[in-house]
Design a binder for this molecule. Structure first.
Ligand SMILES: [Mg+2]
Length: 123
């Protein structure tokens, strides 16, 4: 099965969002504040799909096409606003991810954090 993530760059996705925005003249609404609020709202829509369900129920639901599609589209909504936010703030997502993971490696060294969900300040 082909996987689009294997052939699509972050920049491809950022450009997709710019084209969509500019064709509709929505740049005027894409302030950093509006975009982070929309990002959070969409994250909550994604979270709502899991509300009141047990881990076992969710495991079963994730095997069903209709639920997978709903969750995939909500994830896409979250990602769309992340990409829009990166576009208007000129944040290089790959650079930020790389730097943040270096920090995370320092905060969570494997020898202290392996197999535990303890927060870094209590390790
Ligand atoms: Mg949504």
């Amino acid at each position: 099965m082909t996987n689009k993530d294997d052939t699509t760059s972050v920049n491809d996705l950022k450009e997709m969002m710019k084209k969509f925005r500019d064709a509709r003249d929505w740049g005027q609404f894409h302030t950093p504040k509006n975009l982070v609020q929309a990002m959070s709202i969409e994250a909550n829509e994604l979270m709502e799909e899991f509300l009141w369900k047990t881990d076992e129920e969710i495991e079963d639901l994730l095997k069903q096409d209709d639920f997978r599609q709903t969750v995939s589209y909500e994830l896409a909504d979250v990602m769309a606003f992340c990409l829009n936010f990166a576009n208007v703030t000129n944040i290089d997502i790959s650079q930020a991810m790389n730097e943040k993971m270096i920090h995370n490696q320092e905060k969570y060294p494997v020898e202290k954090s392996k197999g535990t969900a303890t927060k870094y300040h209590k390790l």
